[in-house]
Ligand binder design. Structure first.
Ligand code: NOJ
Length: 744
C-alpha cells in the first residue's frame, strides 16, 4: 500500500487531526442529536460523495488510495470474502487500517471515516463452536459471552463491523450454511440472535471492545430448494412471518445496527430488489433505522436472476428496494449518480440511505475516535479468560446421543483405550467454517487431550489412519473411541451436500470396528446433522459435537471421562435419511396424520420419524418430570397462565437439564404446527435435587400470521407440554378466551 511519503505514526497525525474529526465530534456530541449531525453533514455532501458512502469495496489496495481521498468509498471488507471463510486470510494489521482511516479522515474533503468490516462469525482469534454448536448449548448467556469475546478481540485490531449473527432458520441439513446459524426453530434462534447482538454491540457499539452487528441474511435464505446454496426460495407470506422473520425481528428488537439482504429470490423477487421485505416489513412495519447492506456482488447478480437488464438497472432496482450499501459489485459506484441525475432514482432515496449509513458511523463513534490503539490487541487476543469461555461453550454444546449400558463416562472398566479415526488428530479442522483468524497452534487434538485427561492406570493408544492398524490395536484394547465426521470444508457457504451419511470411507471404518465386538464410542465432529441411522442402532455410545472450535479437544476429553456431564441438546432434528428432508418438529398435522389409516402421510419404506428429535440430548444422570401445574384453565386477553413442572435429578451425578415448553394451538383460522417451542430454561441439579420450573405464557406467545393477514392470537384451546425435547413431556390444556391482536 502506498499512501504517500508520510511515515509518522498515525497516532501523531490523529492528535493533529482530532479537531478536524471533531468538527462533527466530541464538542457537539452532547448538544446535538445524531440525526441533526447527520443532516448537517449530508447537506455538505456532493452526489458523488453520497454514492461513495453507499459503496463498499473488498480489501483496500493501492488502486483505492485516490478513491478514499475523493470520498468514493464508505467501507471496506478487511478480508477476501470471495472464499467465504474457507481459506486463510492475511492478518488484520492495526497500523495499516489506521493508515487507511487517516487517509479518509484527514485527506478527504469531509473527513468521513471508513467503516472496516470483517466476518467475525464465531470468534476472532479465540475460536468458539460454530453457531449451530453454540445453539446446542441452549444458553443465550454463553452465546452472548462468545460474541462479546469475539467483539473484544476484533475491535482490538481495528474492526468496526461484523457480518454476524446469521439468524437464518435452517430445516435442510444438506444446506452447508446450516453450520452458521442457530438451527430450525424460530424461538431458539430468536433467543440466540438477541443474545449475539447484545454480545457484539453491548450497550454501546462505540465502546472500544464492541462491534456493530449485522443480522443476516434477510430473509428465508435457509429455505432454498434442494438445500443448494443461493437457490430459489418459494415460501408463503405465512411461513415467512411465522418461521423465517421472528429471529430477525428479535435481532432488531435487541438493537442490531445493520442487516444484510440475502442472495436468493423469494417467489420470483430477488431479495436484493425486494421492497416488500427491505422497506415494507423492515422499515415501515418494524421501524428499523439502521443500514441494509447487500450480500457480496448481489446487486450485480440481479442480472443473473433475470430481473435487471444491466448493471445500471441492477443498481436502480436495489436502491429503490432499500439496499443502502452495495457490497463489492461496483454498480452503485458506476451508475447511481447518473441514475439520480436522470430522475430514475429520486435524490431523496439516496439521501435516506446515506442518512442511515452516517447514523451507523456516528453510532459507532467513528467521528470521535476513528483510530485503533495498536497496543490493545496484544494483551487480549487468545487470552486465558477468552480461552476459558470458549472451552465452557464447547463443553456445553456437546450432545450425548446414545449411551447404552452406561458405557460413558470412561472409567474403571477400561484400562486399555484406543483412540483413532480421521478427526482424532484434527486441530484446525475443529474450528469449523468461517474462521479467518484462528491459529492451528492454539488447538490441541482430541486424541492428545484424551491421552492427557485419562486417569492413571489407563493406557491410551492413538492410532493413525490405516484400518488394519486400528483393528489390530482395537483387538488388544478394552474400548475404542473413534473420532469421525466432517472436514470444515464440507459445510459453510456454497458447501451443500446431497448425502447425509459420514463422508466416504468413514462408514466402512465404523462398521469394521463395530464388528470387532469391542465397546465402541463414536465422537462425531460435524458442521450439520448427519443421518447416522446405522450407527445409532449399532454403536453403543455416540457423543456429538458440531465443530467445537479451538477448545474442542479438552471439552470432548472432559466429556468422555466425565469431568463434565454432557448437557447439549439438538437445535435441529436429526433425520434418518436424505429422503425425509425437510424434517422438523413443528410440522403440520395434515388431514391424514402419520399414525392414522393406511392412506396417510408417511413413507412406504422407511420411517417418517426422526432419528433424534429436536431438543434431544442425554446426560450421565437422569431427570424425571412430574407435577405439571397450570395456574389457570383460561387465559384472558390481557392475562397469563403460569405453567410449571417439577424436574428432579434421579441419578447420582450433578447435571444440567434443558427444560422445554411446547404449545399446540388446536384449532385456528389456518392450520397450526403440532408443537411449537415457546420457552426453555437450562438448570443445574445436584443428585436427588428437584426444582419447580415455571414458565409464564401470555397471548403474545400464541400469536401467528392469521388468515386475515394480521399478527395475533386466536381464541380457543391449546395444549401445553413441559419436557426434555420436542416429543416427550407432561401435557396440560388451557383456553384463550378472546382473540388478541399483537405487534409482530
Ligand atoms: C457472502 C456471504 O453470504 C455473507 O454471509 C458474508 O458476510 C459476505 N459474503 C461477506 O464476506
Amino acid at each position: 500500500m502506498s499512501l504517500g511519503t508520510e511515515t509518522r505514526s498515525p497516532w501523531v497525525r490523529l492528535s493533529r487531526r482530532r479537531d478536524r474529526a471533531g468538527e462533527y465530534g466530541v464538542s457537539t456530541m452532547q448538544t446535538r442529536s445524531i440525526n441533526l449531525r447527520v443532516d448537517e453533514l449530508l447537506a455538505r455532501m456532493t452526489l458523488e460523495e453520497k454514492v461513495g458512502q453507499m459503496t463498499q469495496v473488498g480489501v483496500l489496495q493501492d488502486e483505492h488510495v485516490e478513491m478514499v481521498r475523493s470520498g468514493a468509498i464508505g467501507s471496506s471488507i478487511v478480508a477476501s470474502s470471495a472464499w467465504a471463510g474457507h481459506e486463510d486470510q492475511p492478518d488484520v494489521v492495526v497500523d495499516r487500517l489506521n493508515e487507511w482511516q487517516r487517509l479518509a479522515v484527514q485527506e478527504s474533503r469531509l473527513g468521513i471515516p471508513l467503516l472496516m468490516a470483517r466476518d467475525v462469525i464465531h470468534g476472532f482469534r479465540t475460536i468458539f463452536p460454530i453457531p449451530l454448536g453454540q445453539a446446542a448449548t441452549w444458553s443465550p448467556e454463553l452465546v452472548e459471552r462468545g460474541a462479546a469475546v469475539a467483539a473484544r478481540e476484533a475491535a482490538g485490531v481495528g474492526i468496526h463491523w461484523t457480518f454476524a449473527p446469521m439468524v437464518d432458520i435452517a430445516r435442510d441439513p444438506r444446506w452447508g450454511r446450516i453450520a452458521e446459524g442457530y438451527g430450525e426453530d424460530p424461538v431458539l434462534a430468536s433467543a440466540m440472535a438477541a443474545a449475539a447482538v447484545r454480545g457484539f454491540q453491548g450497550d454501546d457499539p462505540a465502546a472500544p471492545d464492541r462491534l456493530m452487528a449485522c443480522a443476516k441474511h434477510f430473509a428465508a435464505y435457509g429455505a432454498s430448494e434442494g438445500g443448494r446454496d443461493y437457490d430459489t426460495v418459494d415460501v408463503s407470506e405465512r411461513t415467512l412471518r411465522d418461521v423465517h422473520l421472528p429471529s430477525f425481528r428479535a435481532a432488531v428488537r435487541a438493537g442490531v445496527g445493520t442487516l444484510m439482504s440475502a442472495f436468493h429470490e423469494i417467489g420470483g423477487v430477488p431479495v436484493t430488489a425486494n421492497s416488500h421485505l427491505l422497506t415494507g416489513i423492515l422499515r415501515r412495519e418494524w421501524g428499523f433505522d439502521g443500514l441494509v447492506i447487500s450480500d457480496w456482488n448481489a446487486v450485480a447478480e440481479l442480472i443473473d436472476h433475470g430481473v435487471a437488464r444491466d448493471r445500471r438497472d441492477a443498481a436502480r432496482l436495489a436502491v429503490l428496494a432499500g439496499v443502502d450499501v452495495d457490497m463489492c459489485s461496483g454498480c452503485y459506484r458506476d451508475h447511481l449518480a447518473e441514475l439520480v441525475r436522470s430522475n430514475d432514482v429520486p435524490a431523496a432515496t439516496v439521501d435516506d440511505s446515506v442518512r442511515r449509513i452516517l447514523r451507523t458511523k456516528f453510532r459507532l463513534g467513528l467521528f470521535e475516535q476513528p483510530f485503533t490503539d495498536n497496543h490493545r490487541s496484544r494483551t487480549i487476543l487468545h487470552c486465558a479468560e477468552h480461552v476459558a469461555a470458549a472451552r465452557e461453550t464447547a463443553a456445553a454444546g456437546i450432545v450425548l446421543l446414545r449411551n447404552e449400558g452406561g458405557l460413558l463416562p470412561l472409567g474403571k472398566r477400561c484400562s486399555r483405550l484406543v483412540i483413532a479415526g480421521p478427526l482424532a488428530q484434527a486441530r484446525r479442522e475443529l474450528f469449523g467454517t468461517w474462521t479467518l483468524n484462528g491459529v492451528e497452534s492454539d488447538v490441541a487434538a482430541i486424541a492428545d487431550c484424551v491421552r492427557q485427561t485419562a486417569p492413571r492406570g489407563m493406557t491410551v493408544t492413538a492410532v493413525g489412519g490405516l484400518v488394519d492398524e486400528i483393528c489390530s490395536a482395537a483387538r488388544k484394547s478394552d474400548m475404542v473411541v473413534l473420532v469421525v465426521g466432517e472436514h470444515p470444508n464440507r459445510s459453510g457457504e456454497a458447501h451443500s451436500v446431497d448425502q447425509l451419511g459420514l463422508p466416504p470411507g468413514q462408514g466402512e471404518l465404523v462398521r469394521t470396528l463395530a464388528a470387532l465386538c469391542k465397546p465402541l464410542i463414536l465422537v462425531v465432529v460435524s458442521g450439520r446433522p448427519l443421518a447416522l441411522t446405522w450407527e445409532a442402532e449399532h454403536v453403543p455410545a455416540i457423543l456429538w459435537t458440531f465443530h467445537p472450535g479451538g477448545e474442542g479437544g479438552p471439552a470432548v476429553a472432559d466429556a468422555l471421562f466425565g469431568r463434565i456431564n454432557p448437557s447439549g441438546r439438538l437445535p435441529v432434528t436429526m433425520p434418518r435419511s436424505v429422503g425425509q428432508i425437510p424434517l422438523y418438529y413443528s410440522r403440520k398435522n395434515t388431514g391424514r396424520p402419520p399414525a392414522t389409516c393406511r392412506f396417510r402421510s408417511h413413507y412406504i419404506e422407511g420411517s417418517y420419524r426422526p432419528l433424534f428429535p429436536f431438543g434431544f440430548g442425554l446426560s450421565y444422570t437422569r431427570f424425571e418430570y412430574s407435577d405439571l401445574e397450570l395456574s389457570a384453565a383460561t387465559m384472558s386477553a390481557d392475562g397469563q397462565v403460569c405453567v410449571a413442572a417439577r424436574v428432579t435429578n434421579v441419578g447420582d451425578r450433578s447435571g444440567d437439564e434443558v427444560v422445554q415448553l411446547y404449545v399446540r394451538d388446536l384449532v385456528g383460522s389456518v392450520t397450526r404446527p403440532v408443537a411449537e417451542l415457546k420457552s426453555f430454561r437450562r438448570i443445574r441439579l445436584e443428585p436427588g435435587e428437584g426444582r419447580r420450573v415455571e414458565f409464564v405464557l401470555r397471548p403474545e406467545h400464541l400469536a401467528f400470521w392469521r388468515l386475515d393477514g394480521t399478527w395475533g392470537a386466536e381464541a380457543g384451546e391449546f395444549t401445553v407440554r413441559i419436557g426434555p425435547n420436542a416429543v416427550e413431556g407432561l401435557e396440560g390444556r388451557f383456553t384463550l378466551d378472546n382473540a388478541v391482536a399483537q405487534a409482530e
